[in-house]
Design a protein around this ligand. Structure first.
Ligand code: M6R
Length: 610
């Protein structure tokens, strides 16, 4: 979603803002803009463009047309009003003395805008964001921080703001509520940004702004106030990954780079939690007794994170003998969920900022459930607000379509299920140990499979002409097929659906005809025979079937049109391998179709609106 950058220091701001915005392109956007305090006259000058940042580069002659050492920049992902130059940010107050960039949604903007219009403020755009700048102008009496605090108190929704006041040419202001915003600390210069990659070429020392906090940045210092207006001492952290982690490293796209990073990401996620065969999450707020007493687990997430919950249901129910209910986070909040003192909630989110997931988590907490989050971004809202957090260590994921983060979430959840099963005594110790050992050898198996992508390229060339592609599976393979299908949809734009193979005969079989492309996921051995029957049924109607099977499996050889063999692994650790061919398939189909793989149309990486 929208991206914010800001700079204050001795260098020219505009080129830094443009480069920072390019690093945030992965978030998804349709227009961009920058605003700089012109040094001599303390005047705000800005430029905005529809489309890519290259347009803004051209318009500002790579930033040289806007001189000044203090500025803000923005990439907009349209929510209120069409993608257009007028609707893009920055928005300026009527007198042109305040400029603002905003990420988030203002829920009560209509009533505020009506009031401001009555007071004589003239709106130029269709956005909710413009309301904020007029509100600031209304409250501004020479004290920017006071105006920001007053405005924030009236705004409902989510907002990360970067703000310039022409009266304060040596100050850059920021405010954060329910949308991510970080501060980068440099030598004689400081920054704001929506995410770390925008800052890495300048600094690795960052401050994650607290919920409701306000910041005043100068080139030589930072002042911070919490939501109650009390001064906060900055608590910087050092980012432990470098700029290279957020580069393509010779790959054509971030997405394929991130697919290949999965073994490394998995090692980094699993090994800190294992001491020999012991699993340790270091929980302090959820006791072992609570895990023993638990009789229901909600698994909440959106998109791929929801699919992780779909897979996790099979892990938790088998290993822990507990009801495990995956629910789309966007539905949970409005579904009157049954929560008792024995309910536990697990929220899965790569970004830790997804509005639907966060609101669902708040609802679970409000109803009395403790929450464990599985999150990739350190210090993100969901991580901070949950009772316990299991961090995944996938590193920065830039491709909008998640791959490595999804895979490590699966395995973090598996490790948790094994831990909980041991606490509850619901699985044989010998079985738990075998799963743990298999987890430890998974990265090598993943590496061996990912080493050669020619098979994936071949199947992609066979299937890329398909109009609708169906994915079938049973049990965990069904849950994994949901993710394989989503991957294909979002980066290739080919329509695709995943079905539980046993459901075919209850309706979907009607769609099968000569040449219908079907990917049959057949790695869940206990139900292999049933999958073979289902494949025979679709083949009888003319479907062209690509079966994904474990090495050593021969049952499909004379049934499917194509058989794609993947390494076998013990028990539930198979999932981490089963998803790989589907990720590669989606990637190479999209490549053949020349799609914008890293930033698919209409999608954003971090979805901070409901
Ligand atoms: O950051 P989150 O994991 O909370 O994001 C959830 C979904 O928006 C995300 O998984 C989305 O479905 C991806 N584009 C899938 O590739």
């Amino acid at each position: 979603m929208c991206g914010i950058v800001g700079y204050i220091g001795a260098r020219q701001a505009a080129p830094i803002l443009l480069a920072g915005l390019e690093k945030l392109e992965y978030r998804g956007y349709d227009s961009a803009g920058i605003c700089v305090v012109a040094p001599e006259e303390s005047k705000l000058s800005y430029a905005k463009c529809l489309g890519k940042i290259i347009n803004l580069r051209t318009r500002t002659r790579d930033g040289t047309a806007l001189p000044g050492g203090n500025g803000i920049g923005h990439t907009r992902w349209a929510t209120h009003g069409t993608p257009s130059e007028t609707n893009s940010h920055p928005h300026l107050s009527g007198d042109g003395r305040i400029a603002l960039v905003h990420n988030g949604i203002i829920e009560n903007y209509q009533e505020l805008a009506a009031r401001l219009r009555d007071a004589g403020y003239v709106f130029r755009s269709e956005t909710d964001s413009e309301t904020i700048v007029h509100l600031l102008e209304d409250y501004y009496d020479g004290n920017p921080v006071a105006a920001l605090r007053r405005a924030a108190a009236e705004l409902r929704g989510s907002f990360a703001l970067g703000v310039l006041f022409a009266d304060f040419p040596g100050r850059l202001y920021a405010l954060r509520k329910a949308s991510p915003l970080i501060i980068g600390m440099g030598e004689g210069e400081n920054f704001i940004a929506s995410d770390v990659p925008a800052l890495l070429t300048h600094t690795r020392k960052i401050i994650r702004m607290q919920e409701g906090s306000v910041a005043e940045l100068a080139s030589d210092g930072i002042k911070l106030w919490d939501a109650d207006g009390c001064a906060i001492t900055p608590n910087p952290e050092t980012i432990d990954w470098d700029a290279n982690s957020a580069q393509k490293d010779g790959h054509a796209h971030y997405t394929i780079k991130e697919i290949h990073e999965q073994p490394y990401a998995l090692r980094r996620t699993i090994s800190p939690r294992l001491r020999g065969d012991e699993i340790d999450f270091g929980f302090t707020k959820i006791s072992e007794q609570e895990l023993r007493d638990c009789n229901c687990i909600y698994l909440l997430g959106c998109g791929s994170a929801y699919h992780v919950g779909m897979v996790g249901k099979y892990y938790l129910e088998k290993l822990c003998r507990v009801f495990a209910i995956p629910v789309l986070a966007s539905e949970f909040r409005y579904a009157h969920p049954v929560v008792t003192e024995k309910t536990l909630t697990i929220v899965v989110s790569q970004s830790g900022e997804t509005a639907d997931a966060r609101e669902a988590m708040h609802e679970a907490q409000r109803l009395g459930s403790k929450v464990i989050s599985i999150v990739n971004v350190k210090g993100s809202a969901i991580a901070v607000e949950s009772d316990e957090v299991i961090y995944t260590h996938a590193g920065p994921e830039i491709g909008v379509a998640t791959t490595k983060a999804y895979n490590v979430q699966l395995n973090a959840l598996l490790l948790f299920a094994l831990y909980m099963a041991r606490v509850r005594g619901t699985a044989e110790e010998i079985y738990i140990k075998e799963e743990i050992h298999a987890l430890q050898t998974l990265p090598e198996k993943m590496e061996s499979f990912l080493f050669d992508v020619t098979t994936a390229q071949f199947y992609a060339s066979v299937y890329c002409g398909g109009k609708d592609i169906y994915f079938l599976g049973r049990n965990v393979d069904y849950a994994l097929a949901l993710e394989g299908s989503l991957k294909l949809k979002e980066i290739s734009y080919i329509h695709s659906e995943a079905y539980a193979a046993g459901e075919l005969k209850h309706g979907t079989l009607a769609l099968m005809e000569e040449g219908t492309p079907v990917v049959a996921v057949c790695t869940y051995t206990p139900l292999l025979d049933k999958m073979i029957s289902n494949i025979v049924q679709v083949k009888a109607r003319g479907a062209k079937v690509l079966a994904i099977v474990r090495e050593g499996e021969t049952g499909l050889d004379f049934v499917a049109d194509y058989v794609w063999r993947i390494p076998a692994s013990f028990g539930f650790t198979q999932s981490a391998l089963t998803i790989l061919p589907m990720q590669l398939f989606a990637y190479y189909v999209a490549l053949q179709l020349d799609r914008e793989i890293d930033q698919p149309r209409n999608l954003a990486k971090s979805v901070t609106v409901e």
